[in-house]
Write a protein that binds this ligand. Structure first.
Ligand code: HEM
Length: 493
């Protein structure tokens, strides 16, 4: 009966290849959003045999993706099976193993548990701010380090300041680039033609097995090294507290070891670049919109005190700061096409056939272009979320930027706290402005963004200067004090 319903509209398909050559490879989410004018909010494509549906509106994404049968994931052959990433729960099918790992992650990331990480998050942010006083032009690599350290410390108890953290983070960064590329449909030929994996490696020009072996080796290192670190810690007299340590000390730990290893690795992989990308976008926005930066600073000075660092308890007293965080997540969402969902059953939606085995992309980018507040979506304007400023406030990005339904990001509360501490620390202590070249101009309007699963500004120059010498000295003193104090992860798991 489903077969009688028409498929949703989309670009005209060519024989055999379908829409293979229509798939936008650059700024994919933006290109799908532009198609909205031609085909509407539900768009259908077929690349060779793979069915793809794009949902360009919040209503459709919210309604469809909360259904059980849309909670599955497509598992790309190269990344999922040949490299082995299919064992991590962001890529697991909707199955018992996924439920087990998801439950474990809830242990670490529920709203109560995350209170125990506040001090390690604050500590990593202060170290980051201190590094900006010394070397502001190095802000990107310092931010990468700080966001990685926060997740490493929560997941594995690696102390924020330890030298191990740098090695682990370097390994993770390379792996995340491979994952970002490999998650897009048809990234590797073997994803489209799975039978290619049977071609032996000695056949000329066949690099499938080389790429798979390199990826698998790297992945096992990324997941394995910090896990072994925890095991060594547990054998010592005073192990650091962490998600992995707590799980490994449970009675049924031996049976669960595989899931603990992959749940920890999943959180570590999913949590670090997303936070970094969001803060990079915020820094870019602050350089481009000095008036907004001044308003955030004014609120912080008035409510918290000149150059003082707020705590998470101050959040409810900082409406403009909260609106600016929402605006950062909306203005350029870090995961613009979400993670792909996958249908496990035939369905009919709005009269259209949705076949079993369709990849479904909720287009977070398109959803974030909502114009109800009357403020153009391309402008960075926290005012769109404040009912004191606009008649109708914009759709809250917390309802879409972290995904949908059963697959919604389990790290959203933890991420939100880190973002608050970074954003407030930066603006209360520094002034961010465009770095001007020898021609007196800046190039922030043409900043290249990372392509693939995650999107964030990749290389750009800004000036980040302390507001005063006194504030810089205070920050340095706090960072020094922390270096001298006892170290360790302060988890309350
Ligand atoms: C700004 C920060 C972040 C953003 C914007 C973000 C966004 C997302 C999105 C859009 C998804 C896909 C949801 C779906 O499929 O519907 C996701 C999944 C996931 N996120 Fe996050 N995330 C962030 C930070 C974090 C952090 C800090 C962690 C862990 C510490 C984390 C762990 C995960 C995991 C494990 C999944 C897979 C969930 C599953 O498949 O069941 N994320 N995230």
């Amino acid at each position: 009966m489903h077969q009688l319903n028409p498929l949703p509209p989309g670009p005209k398909q060519k024989p055999i290849v379908g829409n293979l050559f229509d798939m936008p490879l650059v700024d994919t989410a933006k290109a799908f959003a532009k198609w909205q004018g031609l085909y509407g909010d539900i768009i259908y494509l077929e690349a060779l045999d793979q069915r793809i549906m794009v949902l360009n509106s919040f209503e459709h994404a919210d309604e469809l993706l909360s259904r059980k049968s849309y909670s599955d994931r497509p598992v790309p052959m190269m990344l999922g099976e040949l490299m082995g990433l299919g064992q991590s729960f962001p890529l697991l099918r909707y199955c018992t193993a996924w439920k087990d790992q998801r439950k474990l992650s809830h242990l670490a990331l529920n709203p109560g548990a995350i209170k125990g990480y506040t001090s390690l998050q604050a500590e990593a942010v202060i170290l980051f701010l201190d590094s900006l006083v010394e070397n502001p032009s190095n802000f990107m690599s310092q931010l990468r380090l700080a966001s990685g350290r926060i997740v490493l410390s929560m997941t594995y108890g690696v102390p924020v300041k330890s030298p191990e953290s740098m090695n682990f983070i370097d390994e993770l960064e390379i792996m995340m680039e491979i994952i970002g590329k490999g998650m897009m449909p048809g990234a590797y030929l073997v994803d489209t033609f799975p039978w290619l994996r049977h071609i032996p490696s000695w056949v000329p020009f066949n690099n499938i097995h080389t790429i798979a072996t390199e990826g698998r080796t790297r992945l096992l290192r990324v997941i394995g090294l910090p896990f072994e670190y925890v095991k060594q810690q547990l054998a010592s007299s005073s192990p650091n507290a962490s998600f992995t340590a707590t799980c490994l000390q449970e009675e049924d730990a031996a049976d669960m070891e595989h899931h603990i290893r992959w749940a920890a690795g999943s959180m570590y992989g999913a949590g670090s670049e997303t936070t970094m990308g969001t803060i990079l976008t915020f820094i870019l926005a602050m350089a481009l919109y000095p008036d907004i930066q001044a308003k955030i600073r004014m609120e912080l000075d008035r409510v918290i005190g000149h150059g003082q660092l707020p705590t998470l308890d101050d959040r409810s007293r900082l409406p403009y700061v909260n609106a600016a965080i929402k605006e950062t997540m909306r203005w350029d969402p870090v995961v613009p096409l979400c993670l792909p969902h996958f249908t496990s059953k035939e369905d009919v939606y709005q009269g259209f056939r949705v076949a079993k085995g369709t990849i479904v992309f909720p287009n977070i980018w398109a959803i974030s272009r909502d114009n109800v507040s009357g403020i153009p979506p391309e402008e960075f304007a926290p005012e769109r979320f404040l009912d004191t400023c606009v008649e109708k406030t914009a759709l809250d990005p917390y309802s879409y930027a972290f995904g949908f339904g059963r697959r919604i990001c389990p790290g959203r509360f933890f991420a939100d706290n880190s973002i608050f501490l970074f954003v407030t620390g930066l603006v209360s202590n520094f002034v961010i402005s465009p770095a001007v070249g020898s021609d007196g101009k800046h190039s922030l309007l043409k900043v290249p963004f990372r392509q693939g699963l995650m999107r964030f500004p990749e290389s750009f120059q800004v000036s980040i200067l302390p507001r005063s010498e006194q504030l810089a000295a205070e920050l340095q003193a706090r960072a020094r004090e922390m270096s001298e104090s006892d170290d360790g992860c302060r988890s309350n798991l």
